[in-house]
Design a protein around this ligand. Structure first.
Ligand SMILES: Cc1cc2nc3c(=O)[nH]c(=O)nc-3n(C[C@H](O)[C@H](O)[C@H](O)COP(=O)(O)O)c2cc1C
Length: 158
């Protein structure tokens, strides 16, 4: 059985809704393909997640708000905790990122991407950056992201 790990942080609402949409899309894709036994979907807040989760995951989707032009402090804490225990052990595994932002989001995106590039994770999907309100189109994009990862893991193409 494969594992899709979704790790996010927020003190608000929007990024949590994006995480919900990613997980919903992943579960729906597995249901549709009758592959629920093929992929385990694990959703954790950054504070609850650690290196064991990352080492045990076949694919990783990260979510953070943009705060002060950077990823949230809790996402940075998570990445600091997992970096050295995971370095050299997760190379090539697919990842993607979603960002909840007020008006920009690029600082959060760049800062996360720089660190996960250091882990040699493989970017398997363009980042989803949601500025201002979470529109149905962006929620759908998050669902599609989750579905793409779950289906890819289930059939072995991810
Ligand atoms: C302390 C703080 C700093 C912020 N800094 C930025 C920023 O640098 N760029 C930006 O686009 N939005 C910024 N925002 C706005 C949030 O990213 C935005 O409200 C986002 O939707 C929060 O998502 P959430 O509901 O998951 O908390 C900031 C918000 C807070 C509370």
């Amino acid at each position: 059985m494969k594992t899709l790990l979704i790790v996010f942080h927020t003190h608000g609402v929007k990024t949590a809704r994006m995480a919900d949409a990613v997980a919903r899309g992943a579960r729906a894709a597995l249901r549709e393909a009758e592959s629920e036994d093929a992929v385990r979907i694990v959703v954790k807040r950054c504070a609850e997640a650690g290196a064991e989760d990352v080492l045990g995951a076949d694919a990783l989707i990260l979510g953070t708000p943009e705060n002060f032009g950077y990823m949230s402090g809790m996402m940075k804490d998570f990445l600091e905790r997992v970096f050295y225990p995971c370095e050299g052990k997760v190379e090539g595994r697919p990842y993607a990122l979603f960002v909840g932002a007020g008006q920009d989001g690029s600082g959060a995106q760049t800062s996360v991407e720089r660190i996960v590039t250091g882990l040699r994770l493989r970017k398997a999907h363009e980042a989803i950056v949601c500025v201002q309100a979470l529109t149905p189109a962006i929620a759908e994009a998050c669902e599609t992201l989750g579905a793409t990862f779950a289906a890819g893991l289930a059939i072995g193409t991810m």
